[in-house]
Design a protein around this ligand. Sequence first.
Ligand code: SF4
Ligand code: SF4
Length: 346
Amino acid sequence: MGYILSKEGFDRVLAELGKKYRLYAPVRKVGEGRFTDTDVVRYDFVSSVDEIELDQKSDYAFKEILTPLSETLFFFTENEVKTADRDPREVIVFLKSCDMHAVKRLDQIYLDNKFADPFYKEIRDRVHFVLLGCPRSGADCFCVDMGTNRTTEGFLFSLDRADDGFACKVLDTSLDALFADNSGAQQDVEPKYVTENATRVTIPDEIPNSIYKNPVWDQYSARCIGCGRCNFACPTCTCYTMQDVYYTDNGKVGERRRVGASCMVDGYTNVAGGGQYRRSKGERMRFKVLHKIYDFKKRFGYQMCVGCGRCDMICPEYISFSACINKVNQAVQEEAAAAAAKAAQN
Ligand code: SF4
Ligand code: SF4
């Protein structure tokens, strides 16, 4: 069912939902960007539609609500373990289509990857979604080529601007009465979605092992500073590490935390005995890119990257993930052409 609501009507809907749910949406933080006099858009709790950034994709992903950057899993004493208490309230998260698709990737990793992660599941069971319509592509987005530009299920309702207010398509029928009570008109509504992006990518169907030694990665050893911002802004990066915090000198009382990790930073691949894999930034870039556009798909049947472009937006060295995908494709094509020419000579 579709509804057209005034701003006041939609705020009444939010106020009613706010009695049961915490509402988590992209918010423009004026003057808090990384350069002087720039803004940043990041997720925060809201109570009015005025607070929600509807026109610009968030710089940082929503994922901290599902996978907190630092999360105490349990406390331990000499003889006992107690799972950490969590905020029991349900949450509604406002997401654009690409991020709805990112949730599928997070669920795949944490719930459907041999074992279900109980800590993730406990949070996930309390999280619901609102689809934010997306009428205009961002400059760095390549969601169309990744097939994530449209979402038709998995949300309670959608939210788009309309001429005199807001248009909502309500999928959760239990909310129809709430929308009908606060709506000026009922009509067909389809969430807006982009159909083309300025940024295009071509991902090769098959990537031969020879790509590991291809010089395409070398430039990233020179350019990347290993800060990990690309991983922390990415809605589909899921790596974490464990930290035990001891309250006593004997190490028998404390807490275990799960803390976000990045495959691009020093120390990620440290192993016992002082070893370290992928020392160069180029090797780390290779690992990240092939995981996003090849390895995950080989295992689960669809691409991990959703084409949100956040890694391109946030990199302080202006390293473009989408450009790298196209360089990989070009390298694969060149290798194939060289192999065919050699075969023809023989
Ligand atoms: S790799 Fe980059 S474009 Fe792909 S999902 Fe992550 S942040 Fe978005
Ligand atoms: S954000 Fe850029 S510089 Fe930082 S680790 Fe990622 S690719 Fe390297």
